[in-house]
Write a new protein. Structure first.
Length: 204
């Protein structure tokens, strides 16, 4: 039996519809990147530009994506079987590819691990399940967690994984990219932070 407070929270979460993420967040050009059998994702930084890159591990291999456009930058359909999934590594990592070749990428998802749930400037992301086993992803700012404050002003229901299994949710280490990964696709939002130019590159 749930408490009155828990019931109020459940009703609150169920009362709002999925809505676009607020400014300054922008989805990739293709909002949901289809990736069948997705197992997990991780973030890396492009050499020279500092741009966020997202690495995806799936049952069909490894892929590296531009977080702004959603473009696939590199693909490995046949990774080393001893290093193809993060559970083979003590730190849940896989080898990087493309511009991140020669590095290790920590992967969060089916096998464990996690992405950042807060950014340094006050954004937070939370997963709730008022209709288990379906998950909802809630974005908030300035401490406006969905337990208080109006929806659409301090918190936003930005994703509903009613159609697929949630793998992981969170920010890149830079805080410029937000990702939601399910067993069938990857959804990315990016933003600029103060003092940055287009595509998250620092102004001179």
């Amino acid at each position: 039996m749930i408490s009155d407070y828990q019931q109020q929270l459940r009703d609150r979460f169920l009362s709002v519809s999925e809505t676009p993420a607020p400014t300054p967040w922008h989805p990739t050009l293709d909002r949901r990147i289809p990736i069948g059998g997705l197992l997990g994702i991780g973030f890396g930084t492009a050499p020279g530009t500092g741009k966020d890159l997202a690495m995806v591990v799936s049952v069909d291999g490894h892929g590296l994506f531009d977080t702004v456009t959603g473009e696939k930058l590199a693909r490995d359909r046949d990774p080393d079987p001893d290093d193809s999934t993060p559970d083979t590594s003590p730190d849940l990592s896989c080898p990087g590819l493309g511009p991140l070749a020669g590095t290790r990428m920590r992967i969060a998802g089916l096998f464990g691990g996690g992405l950042h749930t807060t950014s340094s400037d006050g954004w937070s992301v939370e997963v709730v399940s008022p209709e288990w086993p379906h998950h909802r992803v809630l974005l908030s700012k300035d401490g406006g967690m969905p337990h208080s404050g109006p929806h659409g002003e301090r918190w936003w229901h930005i994703f509903d994984s009613h159609y697929s299994e949630l793998r992981t949710v969170g920010f890149s280490p830079s805080g410029r990219t937000l990702a939601v990964a399910t067993s069938s696709d990857l959804t990315l939002w990016t933003r600029r932070t103060t003092g940055e130019g287009p595509a998250g590159t620092a102004n001179a």
